[in-house]
Write a protein of this length. Sequence first.
Length: 286
Amino acid sequence: MLAGAVAVLAADRRAALAGAVAVLVAANVVNNRVAPRLAPLTSAAATCALLALARRSGLSWSELGFHRGPPGLRIGGALASAVAGVYAVGIAVPATRRFFRDERALSLSRARALEEALLQVPVGTVLLEEVGFRGVLHALLTRSHGPRTATAVSSALFGLWHVLPAIDMMAANPALSGLAAGEPPGDGPREEDGRGEDGAAPDPPARASRWEAARVVAGSVAATGLAGVFFCELRRRGGLAAPSLLHVATNSLGYLFARLAPADPGSGGGRLTGSRGTGPEPPVRS
């Protein structure tokens, strides 16, 4: 009788874990490929589904990371301030400035950039990723396999979550995607006024080869997987509040500092104003 109850409980936990992964996969595809602009709605719905699934499986709010509020706010606030300082130095130093000039942010109007920073990132990205990976998945895996396995598996899945965003990053920020692929941060070719040496307009950029794309994706998955491990440690020390604040600061402040970054000499810098047009569909966020 007892063995049967244990088997049923284990099956329920496996089903809950599979359901959580399925919800995250569906939300990832919708947010990145089907309806990026509706990411806040999709992510809010997916977050509610994940929490309902977790609570039905018997997880408490504390197990899900909704605890240690004051320490989490202090830790997250301090790290968010550090991120702002790093970004400020990054755009001030010519050698690192190009890593912060994300074409997705520069192509948006001011209104759209504010929407991204204040709505799309906190609700469309961070809410689902923190509750999903550091909350529900981590708690389910901790119950069945312990905290170390929970950190390793949830962080690996968090890295795989960024495959589609990494593909988009190749076009949006070539310098940063090259760094993710392990390329040395050299100056590379420069087209300060958008024209070649003979004054003619340059040819459209060639599509990345499959090998280059694979390197960028692999580098991004590895980097975000390691970030997931760090976020799990923050979760242990300060609940979900700590990684959430750092996550919001990293992504949202990226829009601000991409637009504050001084243009390279001769580039005109007109795109930083964000005064023309509404830009393309919102960028894919990590």
